[in-house]
Design a protein around this ligand. Structure first.
Ligand SMILES: *Cc1c(COP(=O)(O)O)cnc(C)c1O
Length: 334
């Protein structure tokens, strides 16, 4: 197998490689398989997370297009918007962030960071997240009419260029596994816009890695995720000149997304506390807490053998913890 290289323009934003760590105290608490964390919460730039990897490629594309402002959309606690605004600032660009709903009463977590970054923030006034795509397009059109050069980044940075970052990340993981003599049996990741999982899927096939890939959705129904991973994966492979993906799609599960996207679930709160108290690692209430709650449920159902190696790809998100103190401490003594 030739080494996998991703030959696209790329900026250096993230601290790479991120650590690959075993989490034995967490395993002891849960029983079951050996557990490993890929620490993309530690990509470093602007408080890190998976979006920093994507932005190394997406912002290179924006610069090549001659942009002077980037436009994207999500909610006030979006890690994607925080990282996008920070990357724009580092490159001397402006950022317009479109958010669903109304301005939150408390300026906390990622929203606070967006404000510190001096991003232009607009609220749609509607809680319907599907309206955001049209709002991005309208904003970009208004900017063009005003003589600006906007670059549109779709929600979550979910483009083939963004997913290419996770194809490259698979190569990074492979090198670490080889160096540590580790053979992974399962890889589990939180799924939102599906760009990360699509990249992992394409990368896995490019290096013929044998593990089973699991995507635990925190917002979309599993069937919708499957469609998005398939189409985004195919487009990513085309962009990189790789063969069209043929392997079965990742196992997608939406059973752990809780009451709604962005609303903490009690299972996620349990997962966040457990991982913090056994390993000193902070999950987040929107993505990784729910995905890890899903992994805990799979372990408790006996899906994995005790001699298997299961990797949880920690995609970051800790700033959103600060927006949910009451839910995170519910039921605790003073
Ligand atoms: C955006 C995000 C994800 C999901 O990644 P997608 O590529 O959008 O599927 C997972 N975890 C965190 C912390 C995120 O910010």
């Amino acid at each position: 197998m030739p080494p996998l290289t991703v030959a696209l323009p790329r900026l250096s934003l993230a601290q790479l490689p991120t650590p690959l760590e075993e989490t034995p105290r967490l395993r002891a608490a849960l029983g079951g398989p050996r557990l490993w964390f890929k620490r993309d919460d530690l990509t470093g730039f602007a408080l890190g997370g998976n979006k920093v990897r994507k932005l190394e490629f997406v912002m290179a594309e924006a610069l090549a297009a001659g942009a002077d402002v980037v436009v994207s959309a999500a909610g006030p606690q979006s890690n994607h918007l925080r990282a996008t605004a920070a990357a724009a600032r580092k490159l001397g660009l402006e950022a317009v962030l479109i958010m669903h709903g109304a301005p939150p009463l408390a300026v906390q977590g990622n929203h606070l960071l967006d404000r510190l970054l001096g991003a232009t923030i607009r609220f749609t006034g509607s809680t319907d997240r599907s309206q955001l795509d049209a709002a991005i397009a309208a904003e970009a059109e208004a900017l063009r009419r005003a003589g600006r050069r906007p670059f549109v980044i779709p929600r979550g940075g979910a483009t083939p260029t963004g997913s290419a970052a996770y194809v490259a990340a698979v190569a990074e993981l492979e090198a670490q596994c080889q160096a540590q003599g580790l053979r992974l049996d399962h890889l589990v990741v939180a799924v939102g816009s599906c760009g990360t999982l699509a990249g992992l899927w394409v990368g896995q096939q490019a290096v013929a890695a044998p593990y089973r890939l699991w995507g635990l959705s925190v917002s979309r129904p599993a069937a919708e995720c499957a469609e998005r991973v398939a189409s985004l994966g195919a487009a990513t492979a085309r962009l990189l000149g790789l063969p069209a993906p043929e392997a079965p799609l990742p196992t997608l599960d939406d059973a752990y997304l809780g009451p709604a996207y962005g609303v903490p679930s009690s299972a996620a709160v349990e997962a966040i506390r457990l991982v913090a108290r056994t390993e000193g690692i902070f999950l987040d209430p929107v993505y990784t807490g729910k995905a890890f709650a899903g992994l805990m449920a799979l372990i408790r159902r006996g899906v994995f053998r005790a001699d298997e190696n299961v990797l949880f790809w920690h995609t970051g998100g800790a700033p959103a913890l600060f927006a949910h103190p009451a839910a995170l401490l519910a039921g605790e003594d003073e």
